[in-house]
Design a protein around this ligand. Structure first.
Ligand code: PMP
Length: 448
């Protein structure tokens, strides 16, 4: 089956203006639903790394939805399979109460990509749910409640995951708390131990052991961490940190949960799961976002003994692993393999990172460039000595980039970190477009 080229640049015949959409949204959405840009964009079409607003204006999407687009927007292989399934009247809703070839194949493929020993899989509709299952499984297997999390981390918006959230701005008053203890973030740019990463002694990892010894009864359920702290502003801990912390976690009886909701699906440019290439001795890995290439699909992969400890109880998630979700995640995995997108993430990631380091030489606003593969962060500071957060400047940069048809993300507790996470299929030419727009926009801000 072949699909006609979509007329991406054609204006969409919408009945409401953007002003009307915004007014209705303000009337009915919760005040927690914020939007990017003074005048929010209305994106209606997409292809690869490009997205289009209702008027047909084209933008380069360098944040991939919200770190969700791995194989590229509207990949033809996924489109074709979706159309085929619909035309064949394939069942849209079925659950784990029945057999489902897509979910089964997906579990098999995921187990192949996971580090040795992790081969039991559960699906979910989101990253939050995947982490809920991971936390439940770790607590159940150990019989312990305490979970160690990292300050500035984010693991989801549900009650359980929010208890392990390292941002006051995401936590709510009177929220029931699960037992957790937060450790200092391994942030080399703002090292809390005032060390230089080149000659430190991983004081940040030692601090994890000290925290367990001084704030718990000496046993923990889990340590949960992202390989790169996404919402926290792409804080990129040294590789040795993970290895050391996994040892500590196991020493105190805990399970290591590697939250790959943002870093998974090949984004870090080495292996499908970054946990593997970073050599993290994880017991449970969670993923979502790029896993389904934008479909509401998440997953947890865990060791058999942790899964076995759940036996005898029911756990059910109505929509998890439904045929359409599972097909999209499975096809995304195939595309990543066939189109060598992990290699591309590595190659273009290095190219962009080098370009950013060059920009840093000319633009005093750039305090730090970090990340791996195609998960790259630029921390903006008002002054390189004081490292004062350049929050307003980051907002201004977002607007200036939008004026230049490039969409970027931002993050960090103080909203001063630019987040770049394009489709893994982004081209060198598009990378040049990004770097040029950044160069120009930073120049405009610096001129005042
Ligand atoms: N973990 C991480 C690392 C995330 O970045 C997010 C989402 N930003 C989540 C979990 C939660 O995922 P979801 O929004 O799909 O529930």
């Amino acid at each position: 089956m072949s699909l006609a080229e979509p007329e991406t640049q054609k204006a969409l015949d919408t009945t409401e203006s953007n002003a009307e959409l915004l007014a209705t949204r303000k009337a009915h959405f919760l005040p927690t639903a914020v939007h990017y840009y003074k005048e929010p964009l209305h994106l209606v079409r997409a292809k690869g790394s490009l997205v289009y607003d209702e008027k047909g204006r084209e933008y380069l999407d360098v944040i991939g939805g919200i770190v969700c687009i791995s194989a590229g927007h509207n990949h033809p292989k996924i489109q074709e399979r979706m159309i085929e399934m619909i035309q064949n009247d394939e069942i849209q809703h079925t659950t784990t109460l029945y057999l489902n070839r897509f979910a089964t194949r997906l579990a098999d493929k995921l187990a192949d990509e996971a580090p040795a020993g992790l081969d039991k899989v559960a699906f979910s509709n989101s990253g939050s749910e995947a982490n809920e299952m991971a936390l439940l499984a770790a607590r159940n297997a150990t019989g312990e409640t305490t979970v160690i999390n990292i300050q500035h981390s984010y693991h989801g918006g549900t009650q359980g995951t929010l208890a392990h959230c390292g941002h006051h701005s995401w936590r709510f008053r009177a929220q029931p708390v699960a037992h957790n203890v937060a450790v200092i973030a391994p942030n080399c740019y703002r090292c809390p131990f005032k060390k230089d990463p080149k000659n430190c002694h991983l004081e940040c990892a030692q601090h994890v052991e000290e925290t367990i010894q001084t704030t718990t009864h000496g046993k923990i359920a889990a340590f949960i961490a992202e390989p790169i702290l996404g919402v926290g502003g792409f804080i990129t801990p040294p590789v040795e940190y993970f290895q050391k912390v996994a040892e500590i976690t196991h020493k105190y009886g805990g399970k290591y949960i590697s939250d790959e909701v943002q870093t998974g699906a090949g984004r870090l440019g080495k292996t499908y799961l970054a946990t593997k290439s970073l050599g993290i001795d994880a017991d449970i890995i969670t993923m979502a976002k790029g896993f389904g290439n934008g479909a509401a699909a998440g997953a947890v992969v865990m060791r058999n003994e942790i899964a076995e400890a759940l036996a005898g109880k029911f756990h059910f998630n109505t929509f998890a692993g439904d045929p359409f979700q599972a097909m999209q995640a499975l096809t995304t995995m195939e595309i990543i393999e066939e189109e060598r997108l992990i290699e591309n993430a590595h190659e273009i990631g290095e190219y962009v990172k080098n370009g950013l380091v060059e920009l840093q030489k000319r633009h005093p606003l750039i305090g730090d460039v970090r990340g791996r593969g195609l998960l790259l962060g630029i921390e903006l500071v008002k002054d390189r000595e004081t490292k004062e957060y350049a929050t307003a400047e980051t907002n201004q940069l977002m607007e200036l980039m939008k004026d230049r048809n490039v969409l970027i993300g931002k993050g960090g507790l103080f909203g001063n970190v630019v987040r770049l996470a394009p489709a893994l299929s982004i081209t060198r030419q598009q990378a040049d477009q990004l770097l040029k727009a950044l160069d120009e926009s930073l120049g405009v801000i610096e001129k005042g």
